[in-house]
Design a protein around this ligand. Structure first.
Ligand code: DHB
Length: 391
């Protein structure tokens, strides 16, 4: 197969890039290891920056994010058993939209199908090579077991945190930056009404909890747990009691309970690969970097990468200039490190490490007080949470 841009990975980043390229008349092919159903049922974060929403609506994917998404103009930072509302509209004149990542995938996949995009699901990439030449190539075996060799001008690794493409880059050309955390998230979906109008990020002596939402009748919540926690030893009552004690306070705030129909443990880390390119191979989204989930920057950062790379590829085909392609890694990394800082900061400020020393616990409360007691502090959080301008 010959195509201009070969995209390995058909999650939101790969499909968004494919969509934008096709709209500019740039031929491309997407191969994705998983089947459509599996990706559709993979629960991920649900917060979109306004700019991510704009990318979904401006290029004619469809307006479902506007009709089914929920605009949020703030969050509640809860610690010492007290609520501290932050109003993003007032602070930085910006909002975010709660719209689950699997819905983003459904919309993008439907738009690719509607527009005749070439997306091969259930296809396994077995080799990536010739990245240093003008014709990078890869091998894949499709869902029917047929093998193909793809020749392209530009190869994109959008294949997630366990990226095959990333691992194909020679050892001596790369630098990895990693932080491991001594905790994970226990995530649930429950049939229950909303417990609060805004999302609650709670710091407590028992650990972090996040009270999020999916709809009027389905709620998404997480609590900090051991990375080796076994979900089968947690029945509904135990989970609700654990979540409740992390938001307990003198105000008597109570979570609205209901049947829990999904539970999973989500381990995480901070990770950056530098550079984000090698020859004609470009890494976008989780293939190049991973953030811990606190603050929901993952998908937003992937879309920001896609925007920078799309503009570089578009410029390459319209002018044959390669300056933007050569600058892709440096340009994208600036935002990556800002998001790494924000996600690390939110994570460490809100979580309680196992066996934390008392000084660290008190210090974290001091940090939270510094944020909520100052308009500048609140604005710093609000600006990062709602997203910096795209470059
Ligand atoms: C959700 C996840 C996050 O990591 C976050 O910061 C906010 C919301 C969610 O899944 O709803």
């Amino acid at each position: 197969i010959k195509t201009r841009v070969g995209i390995v990975g058909g999650g939101p980043a790969g499909l968004m890039l494919s969509h934008l390229l096709s709209h500019s008349g740039i031929e491309n092919l997407v191969v994705e290891m998983r089947d459509h159903e599996t990706i559709r049922n993979t629960h991920r974060a649900g917060i979109l920056e306004a700019q991510a929403v704009k990318m979904l609506t401006d290029s004619g994917i469809n307006g479902r994010v506007l009709t089914h998404g929920d605009e949020h103009s703030g969050i509640d930072l809860r610690f010492n058993g007290e609520s501290h509302p932050l109003d993003f509209t007032d602070l930085v004149d910006a909002t975010v939209t709660l719209y689950a990542q699997n819905e983003v995938f459904v919309d993008l996949a439907a738009a690719r199908e509607r527009d005749g995009g070439d997306v091969r699901y259930g296809a396994e990439v077995t080799a990536v090579f010739d990245m240093e030449t003008d014709t990078p190539k890869f091998h894949f075996t499709d869902a029917q077991g047929q093998a193909f060799e793809v020749h392209c001008d530009i190869l994109v690794g959008a294949d997630g945190s366990r990226s095959f493409c990333r691992r194909a880059i020679p050892e001596d050309k790369r630098e990895n930056y990693t932080v491991k955390y001594p905790f994970a998230w226990f995530g649930i979906l429950a049939e229950a009404p909303k417990s609060s109008a805004e999302l609650i990020y709670a710091n407590s002596p028992h650990g972090f909890a996040l009270i999020s939402q999916r709809s009027e009748s389905v709620q998404r919540m997480y609590f900090q747990c051991d990375p080796n926690e076994d979900t089968s030893s947690w029945d509904d009552d135990r989970i609700w009691a654990e979540l409740q004690r992390r938001v307990d306070g003198p105000d008597g705030f109570e979570l609205k309970r209901g049947r829990i129909f999904d539970k999973s443990v989500l381990p995480f880390r901070s990770f950056v690969r530098e550079p984000l390119s090698h020859g004609r191979l470009y890494l976008v989204g989780d293939a190049g970097h991973t953030v811990p989930p606190t603050g929901a920057k993952g998908l937003n950062l992937a879309f920001a990468d896609v925007k920078v790379l799309f503009e570089a590829i578009d410029s390459y085909y319209s002018t044959r200039g390669i300056a933007l392609l050569e600058g892709y890694s440096d340009t994208a990394l600036k935002r990556v490190w800002k998001a790494q800082n924000f996600s690390y900061w939110m994570t460490t400020m809100l979580h309680t490490p196992p066996n934390a020393d008392p000084f660290q616990l008190k210090r974290a409360i001091g940090e939270l007080e510094t944020v909520v007691n100052s308009r500048y502090g609140q604005q710093y959080l609000a600006e990062s949470y709602t997203g910096w301008p795209h470059s």
